[in-house]
Structure formats: C-alpha cells, structure tokens
Write a protein that binds this ligand. Structure first.
Ligand SMILES: [Zn+2]
Length: 164
C-alpha cells in the first residue's frame, strides 16, 4: 500500500507514511491519493465536524486534508493524522488486514494502524486531550491482544465518564 500526493506542502509527510505502509505485506497493494482541499464546509456528510484536519473519502478512495485546519497543526502531528486516515481506509476496505483489532470501532482500529506503522509519538501529540490511559494503550500496538484489552477498558471507562 502506498500513498501519493502532488502537493509539495505535504509531500514529505505523505512519503514518510507511505514508506511505512509499503513495508506491511499484509496491507493491500493499492495507491491512495492524499489531496488538500480549501475547507470541509461542503463535505459535511464526510466530516460532520468541519474542524477535522483530514478525512478518508471512501467513495473516491482518497484522503483529504483540510487546509484551513491541517496547516495550523504542528508539523510533528502531520504523519500521525495521515497515518490515522490510512488506518480508516484499511478498517473500511481491508478488515482482513487487521483481524486482530476487528472487534474495535473503526476510529480505534485506525489509531492501531497508525501505531503499528510507527507513528504513535505523532498520534499522541495530536491526542493530547486524551488521558494517560489512552496514551499507554497506544504503546501496546506491537501486542494486539494487550492493545485491544487496554483500549477497550479505556473506551468503557470513557463512556462511563471516568476518563478522557
Ligand atoms: Zn478517525
């Protein structure tokens, strides 16, 4: 699986994530375009929150970057954001590629993929509003069953209002 872009502003981040994804043989051999758009104002079905920095557009098989938000994010968070969207793609289109986390919601599967590809530090930087429990779970991606257990516990506690 490779990521491609024609946008020089994000070329380095896209290439970094692409390199990591290429090394995963279980991922499909597909190319995913990463394209920046000026805003998500007309994409409310895709991204109900127009302040979302990026989104995976399933119908066109591409990742969209929201210029109005993405370029305000610190650059060290970019690879985590892009890797998460790649994870959304895999969760939606290639569930067989990550069967070990198939019981989780797509968003958590996507964070798993981002960590599996080695972008946990960047992802955590972008998830600074989440608790230490969440961050600790992200460190367990190399041990899928431990990851699923920890992230499920975090999710249940969060639903109960006990953590963030
Ligand atoms: Zn997501």
């Amino acid at each position: 699986m490779r990521l491609e872009t024609t946008d020089a502003r994000i070329a380095a981040a896209v290439a970094t994530v692409s390199q990591a994804a290429l090394s995963r043989e279980s991922f499909p051999s597909l190319s995913v375009q990463v394209t920046a758009v000026s805003s998500f104002d007309d994409l409310t079905t895709l991204a109900p929150n127009r302040r979302t920095p990026a989104a995976y557009q399933r119908s066109l098989g591409r990742i969209l970057v929201n210029e109005r938000v993405f370029f305000d994010m610190p650059e060290n968070e970019w690879v985590g954001i892009i890797a998460h969207e790649l994870g959304e793609y895999i969760a939606a289109c290639c569930a067989d590629c990550i069967p070990e986390v198939g019981a989780l919601e797509a968003d958590l599967q996507a964070d798993y993929v981002a960590c599996l590809l080695g972008f946990s530090a960047s992802l955590k930087a972008g998830r600074r509003d989440r608790s230490g429990e969440y961050h600790a779970a992200l460190d367990l991606a190399d041990d899928p069953s431990a990851f699923v257990q920890a992230i499920s516990r975090w999710r249940d506690r969060r639903l109960a209002g006990l953590t963030t």
